[in-house]
Design a protein around this ligand. Sequence first.
Ligand SMILES: Nc1nc2c(ncn2[C@@H]2O[C@H](COP(=O)(O)OP(=O)(O)OP(=O)(O)O)[C@@H](O)[C@H]2O)c(=O)[nH]1
Ligand SMILES: [Mg+2]
Length: 307
Amino acid sequence: MAHRDKSIIVGLAGNPNSGKTTIFNNLTGANQHVGNFPGVTVEKREGHFNYRGYRVTVIDLPGTYSLSAYSVEEIIARNFIIHEKPDVIIDIIDASNIERNLYLTTQISELGLPLVLALNMSDMAKNSGLMIDYNYLSKLLGLPVIPTVGNKNKGMTELLDAVIDLVENGSELEPATVKYGKEFDKETSQLTELMAKDPQTINGYKEDWLSLKLIEDDSEVNKLISRHSHADDIFERAAKSRRRLKSLYGDEPSAVITDRRYGFISGACSEATSMTAERRHDVSDTIDYLLIHPVLGLPVFAILMWL
Ligand SMILES: Nc1nc2c(ncn2[C@@H]2O[C@H](COP(=O)(O)OP(=O)(O)OP(=O)(O)O)[C@@H](O)[C@H]2O)c(=O)[nH]1
Ligand SMILES: [Mg+2]
């Protein structure tokens, strides 16, 4: 009973429509209230419950595909994660769309907070013939992975146990990181060095993450760094890095970063997921059907050859 009075904060993040609110309701029941995130009209659901001697506060974050600073939802989710520093983030993933959903995961993981993945809609994934080796995926990503079916209230105890285990014991796993390559590392380490000159301004942020965001020219991070005592040097360095990387890769660094993340995800998914024989047949039957179709046949053939 040593932890009877301990309070923890858990943030529920995830893509739109992945089942966040369903899981939030399962966890908190009627014990919830709805307000707004500070300064904006985006709804903030907050709920409470007790589990294994902890008082748990859960926040249902707005659904986002990414943590760039393009939309108000993305900025809210990101600022909440960075500033409120929840004890654990549960990233709710639509398992039937696993690759697209894991894009956000790579970004949350880079923020360096304890993270648990709920592979929700695992029923839909299974019904569509997608088989996921959850244990292997967990090993590859270096994160706890719990299959759930939100609308059937399945997997909630396992999910909560994973959260509490992480709080009590930390992770036995080392989160896998996306490798951006030597050239990126060279640039980010120079920026990191400059940022270390004013630790107060960057207090609470991971320097590696800030460096990458500066190279991406992220408006929110630029705002933060404009208060840094070496702001001019940092911006100059970031612009140089951007130019250098662009000429090396022949593309915007932000596009290279996105590619690397998807490369990492598709590597993990190709190892940890497979399709049932029926699903493979369905896919090849559809292609056959399209190929012999009198109107669509030729264009589809041309597209397949071009791919
Ligand atoms: N088949 C299936 N449906 C689910 C599951 N979890 C949630 N749903 C359904 O999926 C729909 C979307 O769920 P929500 O909980 O509203 O998703 P959300 O992530 O809160 O969506 P936004 O707030 O719009 O981002 C609802 O109709 C749920 O009943 C699941 O595991 N399997
Ligand atoms: Mg919702």
